[in-house]
Design a protein around this ligand. Sequence first.
Ligand code: PDD
Length: 283
Amino acid sequence: MLAYFNGAYLPLQEISISPEDRGFLFADGVYDVIRVYNGHPYRLDDHLARLSYCASQLRLAPSDFSFLADVVRRLLAENGLSGAASIYLHITRGRAPRQHAFPQPPPPLTIYASARSLDETPLRRKQERGIVAITLADNRWGRCDIKTTALVANVLANQQAADHGADEAIFIRDGALLEGSHTNIMAVADGEVRTAPLDNSILPGITRQAVMELCRELAIPVRETPVFQHEIAKLSELMALSTTLEVTPVTSLDGKPVADGRPGAVCRRLGDALRQDIERLCR
Ligand code: PDD
């Protein structure tokens, strides 16, 4: 596999990163994950705009990463990826002797990108059957709107889910279901789709945004409003959304079925609509 590293295209095994890289020392960096369908990245510009926003929030300079669009296309071509694939982008503040404050003068950023092919079968199975989730208290920092590589709280949460035989862990703060360890969350209650509002406590997911647009197109009522823990029993559907999971029903939460424990109609409709949007944009 050929990957991109600081301006060069190299076999993955030839890439080495300094132990003084601030990504290694401090998780001082940002990342993004993009899905590729039929060889075409889905909503690439949206992902790169978010990456640039996140980099600006970390005061990385430069923080405009729109040039990575060409890198992504070249990686797909170099690796002969013409079907289902995923792209990983990772940028850190670069290499410097360890000190907390930004190094002066600023070293060049470390920029890494890779692409690999993807087997879609496990996802389709999850979408057919639904996934299992647990809830847990949100112990992450106060800027969850930034997609930083500092993911240890998400790692521990997802492992806690795995320890309980579950696929996802949903963070709860002040009684509200915010998002999963690697997904946004939507619920259906009283005939409307609800999802946590955008603020510092969740990632502005590209899939969440796409699905909200699709709800409006399909005239499905959608509202950015908290979904509270005490409302779980009355939810008719719950779903996880992300680049890698698309729209996937959550059919069991904390050991209890969500509604009748089967994937719901709204989730299926939104999943189909997203697939159509993908087909339209990634022909
Ligand atoms: N995760 N919330 C969190 C905490 C996430 O890590 C992600 C994505 C999302 C969904 O965002 P999007 O729709 O833009 O993928 C929400 C990626 C896929 C990951 O870390 O692998």
